[in-house]
Design a protein around this ligand. Sequence first.
Ligand SMILES: [Zn+2]
Length: 56
Amino acid sequence: MTAPTGEVYRVDWLPGTDLLHGTCHCGAEHTAEDPVAMWEWMLAHPEGHRPRGTAV
Ligand SMILES: [Zn+2]
């Protein structure tokens, strides 16, 4: 079996707001009002991504 997708993104809309909350496959999270901006953030991976639990 081979999975066609090597990357998993998840985008949720935050009820009561105009914000989208996205989670990258690396665990980084991001919020944006513009879906296009959200996708640009995801596609820019790993730039600007800071996965939780990663010590700097
Ligand atoms: Zn990422």
